[in-house]
Design a protein around this ligand. Structure first.
Ligand code: KG4
Ligand code: ZN
Length: 347
């Protein structure tokens, strides 16, 4: 049995928005008591990407055991919990519905409040778990397979979007180029490791900065340039140095992300940058952001690797801040596949 102080708040978080079935118990939004993540990557990599219907079926098979394991490891029972939170968007609708329905069923059965969590906010909250004294306000860079956002985090749960991608997300670009190079899925970690053996200056791929002062992103031009380069080499019979392509592509993505983050900090008169999402695991992004931030005197924060990619601890942390501010959802909450950052479940 968990020893719980009177004022402690224990939340069970559930995450099934894409290809990870995850559950976690977090105390007071910051202390992880358990963090169970069952990845479906080995199944989807056969198809070169996530197959939505397969993802939903695998979530159904795993969700109960994953939740039981999260409760077991944290030595909590449903009775000990103050609330149950689940991602309700954005993500794959069929996948989202599994975690959401399970969470609502558990909340109803146990008579506990239910909290509907925005997945992108969850990514940002991963940093509250990692850095115990981190508090808003700060500038957030969220870079994942589905999202690329620069955001001013004004307070817990209060966001102002400064810029976002106009086409592909950064992680999506990594995944598509990885496929074109024949590395497979998920592309980010594979390109990251291949790029270590390559020359980032070998090929001068374009960097789209868009209009002067814009904090939006665009990766589709870069993606086309890499695909054209590969086709061109094939047509001419030129040998392709895959490590050089990976390193040059990665350098272009990372430079844009870092440059725009520095612009955002200056524009917002902020000195704190908080990075999150799967692409935050990229070693070159971590290196260049560290270098630039230190040169310019900015503080920078990343989650540790397991908290960069999808997990339920970040969902439980986001649920805690919603719970504290009274954002409790009713049991009619439905999945919202295209949910935007900052939008709250209104009922
Ligand atoms: O946050 P996440 O697990 O799921 C979404 O919410 O989308 O992010 C997954 C994305 C994938 O596109 C994956 O290729 C990318 O994060 N990723 C990376 C790295 N590790 C994961 N991208 C670049 N470098 C990495 N080391
Ligand atoms: Zn995610």
């Amino acid at each position: 049995m968990i020893k719980k102080k009177e004022k402690d708040i224990l939340i069970l978080g559930i995450e099934t928005s894409c290809d990870e079935t995850a559950a976690s118990v977090v105390r007071n939004g910051r202390d992880v008591l358990s963090n169970v993540v069952l990845s479906q990557i080995d199944i989807h990599k056969r198809y070169g990407g996530v197959v939505p219907e397969v993802a939903s079926r695998k979530h159904v098979e795993a969700i109960s055991q994953v939740i039981e394991e999260a409760l077991r490891v944290s030595k909590t029972s449903l009775d000990d919990l103050d609330a149950i939170g689940s991602t309700y968007g954005p993500g794959l609708v069929g996948a989202l519905l599994i975690g959401l329905s399970t969470a609502k069923g558990l909340a109803y059965g146990a008579g506990k409040p239910f909290v509907a969590v925005n997945h992108i906010e969850g990514h940002i909250c991963a940093n509250f778990i990692e850095h115990k004294s981190l508090k808003p306000p700060f500038v957030g860079l969220v870079v994942s397979g589905g999202h690329t956002h620069l955001v001013e985090v004004l307070d817990y749960g209060a966001y102002e979007i400064l810029g976002k991608t106009r086409d592909d997300a950064a992680g999506e670009a990594f995944d598509k180029i990885s496929r074109a190079l024949g590395f497979g899925y998920p592309g980010g970690p594979l390109i990251d490791s291949e790029a270590r053996r390559g020359n980032p200056d070998a090929i001068d791929f374009p960097r789209a900065y868009l209009e002067k002062g814009s904090l939006d992103f665009s990766f589709s031009g870069l993606k086309s340039a890499v695909l054209n380069y590969l086709n061109d080499c094939k047509m001419k019979g030129t040998e392709i140095n895959k490590a050089d392509v990976a390193a040059s592509f990665q350098e272009a993505v990372v430079e844009i992300l870092v440059e725009k983050s520095m612009m955002a900090l200056k524009k917002q008169n902020s000195n704190k940058l908080v990075v999150s999402g799967g692409v935050a695991a990229n070693s070159r992004l971590r290196e260049l952001l560290k270098e630039k931030s230190e040169n310019l005197g900015f503080e920078y924060y990343f989650p540790s690797m397991p908290l960069c990619t999808d997990n339920a601890a970040m969902v439980a942390s986001a649920a805690y801040y919603d719970f504290k501010s009274g954002n409790i959802a009713d049991l009619y909450a439905n999945a919202v596949p295209n949910l935007v950052l900052g939008s709250r479940y209104k009922g």
